[in-house]
Design a protein around this ligand. Structure first.
Ligand code: NAP
Length: 304
């Protein structure tokens, strides 16, 4: 007979790993199901300066510390890309390779995936100059020119990371204000390698075998300019990784999981935690908080 877990946590980012830590410490039989390296968005982040205890910590290091703790407590780490979640007294999770996993409680902590620009050239030049991960690919652009699209925390923080390697970096935003925190805005403005291009949107990515330029359009005048560049880093926000629950009625119109303050969804035994939830503040510290709350309530649900 298939093994049945008390709790399966889908996703091993900060929310999922914290849920696993709390559930294990409550004496439950726990597995995390993940299709990538542990850490989620955190592992792709160069520097983290707003997680208490660390003035500054590398994202991969913080990911590893959290993962180590889950392993020390004995949480199982399973590989799988979840494609379906079937409700019942015992929940069934199905992964892309057809494997089935069963658990009394499922905590969905799948985070978000980066939004695409959806412009000509983007798909063609992905990994040939277009990258969604500055930490992974930044070093390839030593002494080169790159363009970062977006004005949120991700765009500006990753711009500061890239500025260490590149000769020149353009940040292109579609309004004349940023969405990012003031502090990171100030650092970007002070960086002599970074030039801000306001009120422009990307229209087309150009290149031959790899990227060599981008066409931008002024949102007011519709005038177009071509920037020569070796790399494009779109950081224009993200969408939740929740397509596998789209028919369960537990998401909002954008696919984010609807939970109450106990991290309970409308379905008993299914919880949401972290960036994939409807919430106002998407941070590591709020993700870990969600994970702890979800696991604690999972414990009470299981123990009746
Ligand atoms: P975000 O905050 O939603 O910012 C997205 C940026 O992309 C905005 O500047 C937006 O412009 C722009 N944009 C969106 N669609 C676009 C399009 N089609 N063309 C051009 N520009 C477009 O996304 P994020 O930076 O990925 O952050 C996601 C969440 O994680 C946020 O809650 C953020 O605070 C959090 N986060 C926090 C930290 C941190 O605290 N250290 C680090 C990373 C992320 P408009 O402003 O004009 O809409």
């Amino acid at each position: 007979m298939d093994k049945r877990y008390d709790v399966i946590v889908i996703g091993a980012g900060p929310a999922g790993m914290t849920a696993a830590i709390y559930a294990k410490r409550a004496g439950l039989d726990v597995a995390m199901l993940e299709y990538n390296a542990p850490g989620g968005k955190m592992v792709k982040t160069f520097e983290i300066e707003n997680y208490p205890s660390f003035i500054n910590i590398n994202g991969a290091d913080l990911s590893y510390k959290m993962f180590e703790q889950t392993q020390a407590l004995g949480a199982e780490y399973l590989y799988g890309d979840v494609v379906d979640l079937i409700d019942g007294d015992i929940k069934t999770i199905i992964t892309e390779d057809g494997s089935e996993y069963k658990a009394s409680v499922v905590i969905i902590a799948t985070g978000t995936k980066e939004r695409l620009l959806n412009i000509p050239g983007e798909e063609k030049f992905t990994s040939k100059g277009v990258s969604y991960c500055a930490v992974c690919d930044g070093a390839f652009f030593k002494d080169k020119t790159v363009v970062v699209i977006g004005g949120g925390n991700s765009a500006l923080e990753e711009s500061l990371y890239l500025a260490q390697f590149v000769k020149k970096l353009y940040v292109v935003i579609r309004r004349d204000v940023f969405r990012a925190d003031e502090l990171v805005q100030e650092k970007v403005m002070e960086n002599p390698k970074i030039e801000i291009i306001k009120k422009h949107i990307p229209i087309e990515i150009l290149g031959d075998d790899k990227v060599n330029g981008i066409i931008l359009e002024n949102v007011d005048t519709k005038e177009r300019v071509t920037l020569e560049t070796d790399g494009i880093f779109p950081y224009i926000g993200a969408d939740p990784n929740t397509s596998f629950v789209k028919d369960l009625g537990i998401t909002d119109e954008n696919g984010y999981i609807l939970v109450n303050e106990e991290m309970e969804t409308a379905i008993k035994g299914i919880y949401g935690a972290g960036d994939c939830n409807v919430k106002t503040l998407r941070q590591i510290v709020t993700a870990t908080s969600d994970g702890a709350i979800a696991a604690q309530n999972a414990f009470h649900y299981i123990k009746g």
